[in-house]
Structures are given as C-alpha cells and as structure tokens.
Design a protein around this ligand. Structure first.
Ligand SMILES: OC[C@H]1O[C@H](O[C@H]2O[C@H](CO)[C@@H](O)[C@H](O)[C@H]2O)[C@H](O)[C@@H](O)[C@@H]1O
Length: 544
C-alpha cells in the first residue's frame, strides 16, 4: 500500500525484528520492548537479526529471541529524575482550603510533582538513533507508570495543576517541549516516542498557552510562539478536515484520522491478534481506525464503534473512527481558533485576529448545524457515512460549553437544556464521579470508568452556563470527584489514571494494560478543583 509505516525508525515501527519479538510475547506489556534502548546502531541491529532469521529458517524460538533482545537492547539510559527548581512544598493555594483533611490531601498531591519529574539524559541527544524516546530540552512531568514520556493532551491538565502549585517555569518548559516536537515533526505527536510519530492527540496546545498566559501575562512568550500555534492549526486543517453532506447542505469539520500501516508498535501483539480472521483490506482499515481512536485520547471506547446497525454496540472489530465527527475535537479546534485570535489581538495584529475570528465563527456555526440536537438539548458526535447523530451519553458531548465556543445568545437558550440533558442522562448519578459513557464494553474509556480530565470538562461546561442551577451542579460534580479521589488516596496512598465511578476511590479497569499510578492529569484536576472550590469543599458529609 501507499501508507507510511507507524514511524520512520524500522526497529521500533516496521521490521521483522519488531514482529517476531512482539508476537513471541517476551514482555507482558507490548510497550516494554519499544521503550528499550539499542546497544548498537540501527543498521547493525537489523542486520544481525536478519542473520538470526536466516540461521533459524525464519523461525527463531522464544529463547533465541530473548537472548537477542538481551544482547542488543537495554532498559536504562533515557531519563533521569529531575528536581524542578520552582517546586515549593507549601504552595499558596493550600491556605485557601477550609477542610483540614482536604488541605492535607492537596499537600499530598503537591508533593507528588517531584516524583514524576524527569529530564532526558544527554546520551539520548548524543546517539538519538539508538532510542525510541525523542529528546526535548526542558524537564517535564510524566503521567506515571508505563507512561514515562510526554503525552500531548495529558500535558494540559498537568500544567493546570502545576500552575495551581505555583510552578510557572515548569509549565512554560513543558509547553516549549511540545513546541519543539511540533517544529520537528510538523505536528505534535501523541507522545514523545518515535512510535507515536504518525498520530497526534487532541490539539490543546493553544489552551495550554492561554492558561499559562492567564497566570503570567507573558506577552513575550506569545510573541515568540504565535507562529508555531498557527502552524498547528494549519496541520489539523490540512490533514484532518473532511467535507460531507447533511440534509442537502455541505459542511467541513474535523475528524481523527491517522493513516499508517501496521499495528500500533506499543500494542503490536494486541492489534495483530484482533486482525487474525480479517481480510487484507479489513486489516488495513482496522489499523487506521485503531490509530485514529488512539489519536482521540479515548482509546478505546464504544464512541468509535459503529456496528452493522449503525449503533455503538460491538467490539474493537467495529472501530470506524474515521467516519465520526467528534464533538470534543471540533470544540477544541474552535477553541484554538478563538485563542489564536485573542493572542493576535493582544499582540496588536488586528488583521490576523480578524482572519481567525471569521474562521471561528464558521466553525461555531457548523458545530451548531451539524452536532446540536435541539430535541435532546445536547451536541452529539455525527456519523457522516450513515448520516446520523450518535445519540449516546458521552462526557465529550458538553465540550462546546467547556471550550466557550457557543455564541452568547445560544448559551442562554441552550445552556439550560444541556443542564437538563445531564440531569436526566443518568451520567451524574454515580457515587464515584462521572463515567465517560453509560455503556459497559470492557474498554477503558467506557462505563464504569471515570477519567479525571473528563470530569474537569463537565464542571467547566456547567460553570459556563452561568445559571444558579448549573453552578450548583458543577459544585456537586466537583465535590463527588474530589471526595472519591481523596478516599482512594487515603486507602491506597496513590493517585490513579482512571477511577471506578460505581465505587468511590476504587481503581478503574478494562482495556489492554494494567492500572497506572502517578498520575499526572488526576493530580492536575484535583488541584484545579481544590483551588477553585477549596473554601467550600468538604471531605465528607460530617465535615459539612
Ligand atoms: O499503550 C496504549 C495506549 O496508551 C496511551 O493511551 C492512554 O494513556 C495516555 C497517557 O495517559 C492518555 O493520553 C490516553 O488518553 C490513554 O488512553 C497512548 O496515548 C495511546 O496512544 C496508546 O495506544
């Protein structure tokens, strides 16, 4: 086919070596192998593996593969621990937290930052061709566990927490790292590994800059980086925009679309096994839709399943991400247009600002025309192949309010409808937070999993409605969330990547890898809530 491989580094993305090692299941987690460092250069590694293949009639045993990996790869050498110089163990925001248990919780979370802080070792810059890690200049906060590199959209919520903790320099460095990746690849990859080269993640760079600017008023930073922000917008328009017909009108919006050949290298065994009974054409499609789903950050979810009857039933073989126009992606993109227009206004570039404002208006109008369902009072993802809304509860449905990309008069008329939708959906009725969906598929971005960034999205969307009812509901959602994370923290002394909405503080589950601890965005969202509602939040009813 004409599709590129997952990345331009064969050892990590496109080789017999990758296939044999991953399919032999030498490691329990497929990501372990593609995170290893080569002991020799890539050409020698590939050549010597070919020799092994020839010597073994193309069929090396598991033991021979283990011996090869042992000799040619190592685990150490990429990252070192790092002490952010702006870390403070008693940041200001703690003083505003009324409840003493929650104040202690806030302190406990703040104390995790140094444990998740990393810097790339000089060796990676000296011999970059031997690493799957892509080097960046500044230190950064990792999500945690198996996720020991930079993740694009995670960085937004990590930065939100860092700014609450007063760590503005670290936040700035993390944005600069992403811009470095943008300059290198022409887009920001899913994460700072070569095997993520061909796909991105929700484009939240301008949101990060807006947040940083809110805290620092650093106009110089805007000036230095505005061109890169515009380049990212062009990348999404050039590669992910799709035009389609709805009720006789022609529209253009974005979708997630990551065309490259082969299984995801970091989940090679898992992807390959799903395709065993597929035809060649189905297999190619599956790999594209899988990677496109990973690009959405929601990997995996019934959101991207389109069964034969058009519903969100089925399993991974029903992934058809490329035909779905996602509410959140288009809201985030409109938000990026709004941010860049605003930055140009601040920089006195009136003409440029006006250009982005025109495109913003067009995007906001199209979101209304294509995604808004007036009867249900909510935005839905749209399946442009089958021409229908996907009328299911997903936290992403409220994203236009979260991003502030709904015209003011519509906020007044539609906002209360969204509040009703949420109240009647059942999605807010869980004791441990808001699950991403109400469908239990065993995939990690479905019920009963509650993902902290999505709770933040729901809270901010409700706050944006501006009515008393919506504000009270936002507080209730925040309170339930903080209490759940707090009880998990007391019990396990850990923060998780996702939680079980049915049992407050319990670990989430499902998906293809074990539970991960740390955890960057969970810490960020808890700090966001403590900072915002700290004077009224309580750890439990008896402390009311
Ligand atoms: O290895 C499987 C997948 O892991 C990542 O996805 C999950 O973790 C990320 C880091 O916290 C998060 O951004 C994402 O939303 C999670 O689903 C990775 O991003 C995927 O591309 C990868 O296939």
């Amino acid at each position: 086919t004409d599709l590129p491989p997952s990345c331009s580094r064969p050892v990590y993305c496109d080789s017999n070596l990758l296939h044999h090692v991953q399919m032999a299941r030498i490691f329990n987690d497929s990501k372990t192998f593609v995170d290893l460092v080569m002991n020799y250069d890539e050409a020698k590694t590939l050549h010597d593996f070919d020799v092994l293949l020839n010597e073994t009639d193309q069929n090396p045993s598991k033991k021979q593969l283990e011996a090869f990996v042992d000799q040619y790869f190592s685990e150490e050498g990429e990252l070192e621990e790092w002490q952010p110089t702006d870390f403070c163990d008693n940041p200001e925001f703690l003083k505003l937290i009324r409840d003493k248990d929650l104040r202690k919780f806030g302190k406990g979370i703040n104390d995790i930052w140094p444990l998740l802080a990393r810097k790339v070792k000089p060796a990676v810059r000296e011999k970059p061709e031997q690493f799957s890690l892509v080097p960046v200049t500044h230190g950064f906060i990792i999500p945690g566990g198996r996720f020991k590199e930079i993740y694009y959209w995670d960085t937004y919520w990590i930065i939100e927490g860092l700014l609450v903790s007063g760590m503005e320099d670290t936040a700035k460095g993390m944005i600069e790292n992403l811009i470095e990746l943008l300059v290198k690849f022409g887009h920001i990859p899913n994460g700072s590994r070569w095997y993520y080269q061909e796909r991105s993640q929700p484009p939240m760079l301008t949101d990060m800059v807006a947040l940083y600017y809110k805290y620092t008023q650093d106009l110089e930073f805007l000036k230095a980086n505005i061109a890169s922000l515009e380049n990212e917008i062009s990348y999404w328009l050039d590669t992910q925009a799709v035009s389609f017909d709805k009720d006789g009108e022609y529209y253009t919006l974005l979708r997630y679309y990551s065309p490259s050949a082969g299984p995801r290298p970091e989940s090679y065994f898992e992807d390959y096994n799903v395709t065993i009974a597929m035809s060649e054409e189905e297999r190619l499609d599956f790999y594209i839709d899988t990677k496109s789903a990973a690009e959405s950050g929601w990997d995996f979810s019934s959101r991207w399943f389109v069964a034969a009857d058009g519903s969100n039933s089925g399993d991974l073989t029903d992934l058809h991400t490329r035909y779905i126009i996602p509410v959140d992606l288009n809201a985030i993109f409109a938000g990026a247009l709004k941010n860049v227009a605003h930055f140009h206004r601040l920089l006195n570039n009136g003409r440029k600002a006006a250009q982005y404002e025109v495109l913003l208006k067009q995007w906001m109008d199209t979101i209304q025309k294509v995604l808004w369902d007036d009867k249900d009072g909510i935005w839905y993802d749209y399946d442009f192949r089958d021409n229908r809304h996907r009328k299911y509860f997903y936290t992403s449905n409220v994203a236009p309010l979260w991003q502030g990309v709904v015209a003011l008069d519509l906020v007044k008329t539609q906002g209360p409808k969204v509040v009703n939708y949420l109240k009647n959906s059942g999605g807010l009725d869980f004791p441990g937070g808001v699950p991403t969906s109400l469908k239990n598929t065993g995939e990690q971005w479905d019920c009963p999993n509650m993902w902290p960034p999505e709770v933040s999205i729901v809270v901010k969307a409700l706050e944006h409605v501006g009515t008393k009812e919506a504000s009270e509901l936002a507080f209730d959602v925040a309170q339930t969330f903080v209490r759940a994370c707090h009880s998990g923290f007391l019990q396990y002394k850990q923060m998780f990547e996702k939680y079980d909405a049915e049992t407050p503080g319990e670990l989430g589950g499902g998906g293809e890898y074990n539970m991960q601890y740390g955890f960057g965005w969970s810490n960020g969202v808890v700090l966001e809530m403590l900072n915002k509602y700290g004077s009224v939040l309580t750890a439990n009813d008896s402390s009311d």
